[in-house]
Structures are given as C-alpha cells and as structure tokens.
Design a protein around this ligand. Structure first.
Ligand SMILES: C[S@@+](CC[C@H](N)C(=O)[O-])C[C@H]1O[C@@H](n2cnc3c(N)ncnc32)[C@H](O)[C@@H]1O
Length: 268
C-alpha cells in the first residue's frame, strides 16, 4: 500500500514530504482498521435517540411528551447511576449520554427493563450535544461521574472538565441549576474545584471544595469499583448563580464525531 502511495507522489517531493505523507496515510489506514474492527451494535431501544438526528436544538418537550425539567448525565457508562437517579426523580426528564456504543446499549437495557419513561439515551459527544442539541438555560442539573481521569501530566489537557467546559456549561444550566462532579482521582478533584471556584456564575453548595460522602447520591459502577478498593470518591456540587449573568457564549469547539481535539492534534 505504502509503495502505491509513494509511486503516485510527484517527483519533486522531498524525502521529508514523502515521510510525512506516508505517516499520515498509515495513520489513516490504522484508523480505518480500528473502525472496521470495532463492532458497533445497533441499538433498537425506544428510549435511544440516534445522535445523527441532532442538528439543531431539540424539542425535548415533544421527545418526552411533557415539559418537566431536563437533566443530563455525561458519560453514563453502563447506566447504573441514571437508573437509580431516574427512579428517584420521576418528575425529571433525563438525558444519558456516552460515546461508548456498548455502554449506551447496556444503559438502554436497564431503562427498558425498569419501564422508566423519563430517560432518553444518546450516543453523542458531550460538547456536541450541548452546543447543538440544547438551548441555553435548559438544564436543571448536570451529572458527571468518574470521567476519564487522564492521570499523566502530559495527558491532562484531554480531560473533559476544564475551564472552557465549565464556562460553556454555565450557559446551558438554568439559573440555580445543579452541577455534580465526582471522581476517584484527587488531582482531577483539585483541578475542577480550583477552576470552578475562580469562575463567576457558580456557587459552591458544600461547606468545602468537596466531600467524600453525598447522602442520597446514587453510586455509579466506577465509584463502586473504587469504593470496593477502599479509595475515597471526591464529590463536588455547585449551582449556577442566578445573580450572575451568563455573558457571551464561548465560540464552539464541538465536533459531531467521537474524535475529540486532543486526538486530532496528536494523530494529525
Ligand atoms: C470512566 S467511565 C465512567 C462511567 C460512569 N460514569 C461510571 O461512573 O461508572 C467514563 C465514561 O465517559 C465516557 N465519555 C468520555 N468522554 C466523553 C465525552 N466527551 N462525551 C460523552 N461521554 C464521554 C466514556 O465513554 C466512558 O463511558
């Protein structure tokens, strides 16, 4: 394959040009192979909404058939948390999203089996959903539990929850809307606590930056894993401060696909 690519490159290309084009081509092949070997299982649940339908703010009242408050779980994994939270709060409509196909499938299975009417599951990237499928000031609550911690220092910029994300999230939360974040990783908790403390528009609902026990808050699968190993969970709970105007919406960084910025930067 590489020799075919080499043979069609113009003769005046330098060795450096050739090497760089070959590398990009190899990368492309690897990604294609990955796509072909990742088995995407179709999800037929009536509670699943295909991400492809999202091209403008959705009419969630029409989707749920009522105008109850809307809440969002980002990175629902296999659905343990959303199942418990949606059971506890039947008067809230929940969106549970993940980019992981099998996770969405398992979440749907739990919701279907429980017969819950107040959850819809989507396989969609968080920033894409916010910027494309939601109207500003539309979320009564947002939950993010044990997001990928990217523990290595050089990988930390890959973390989902950072200053840009929190600034953007403040636009989609209703005044007094809740933001819950949990992690097993102390550095992620420190980082989020510091960022959010310095952002106008959020108010801490706890007496400290975080607590290790949040009564009534359901335990997710990952939380349980860490708790079983004797590791503490860091819970952060802020509310959008209704007195602070939400300012200008930051320019869009979202992409429809599942490759996020850091992957593009690193893989070309
Ligand atoms: C470590 S798992 C935690 C799953 C679950 N919240 C729990 O606590 O058991 C993180 C999940 O977030 C999802 N995820 C990561 N980045 C995401 C993004 N940008 N948008 C939506 N989901 C994302 C991953 O696919 C994964 O399922």
């Amino acid at each position: 394959m590489i020799s075919v690519v080499k043979s069609i490159l113009p003769v005046d290309f330098t060795d450096f040009d050739r090497a760089s084009i070959e590398l990009r081509f190899l990368n492309l092949l690897m990604q294609l192979e990955q796509l072909m070997t990742q088995r995407i299982i179709p999800i037929t649940s009536p509670n699943f909404i295909a991400g492809e339908v999202l091209d403008c703010p959705m009419d969630w009242t029409a989707v749920f058939g009522n105008s109850r408050p809307l809440a969002l779980e980002i990175g629902c994994g296999t659905g343990h948390f959303i199942l418990a939270q949606a059971r506890k709060q039947p008067d809230i409509n929940f969106l549970a999203i993940d980019i992981y196909n099998k996770g969405c499938l398992k979440t749907c299975a739990k919701i279907d089996e429980a017969g819950l009417q107040n959850v819809r599951v989507m396989r969609v990237e968080a920033r894409w959903l916010m910027e494309t499928g939601l109207r500003p000031e539309s979320l009564a609550a947002v939950y993010i539990n044990c997001p990928d911690p990217w523990p290595k220092k050089r990988h930390r910029r890959r973390r989902l929850v950072n200053r840009d994300f929190l600034e953007s999230l403040a636009h989609y939360l209703l005044p007094d809307g809740d933001f819950f974040f949990s992690t097993d990783f102390d550095n992620y908790a420190e980082d989020v606590a510091e960022q959010i403390r310095n952002l106008p528009g959020y108010g801490n609902m706890l007496q400290s930056d975080w607590v290790h026990d949040l009564p009534g808050y359901p335990i997710s699968k990952y939380m349980q894993r860490f708790l079983d190993k004797g590791q503490p969970i860091y819970f952060i709970h802020h509310q959008r401060d209704a007195r602070v105007s939400r300012g200008k919406l930051p320019s869009s960084t979202a992409q429809r696909g599942f490759r996020v910025d850091w992957q593009k930067a690193e893989n070309g």
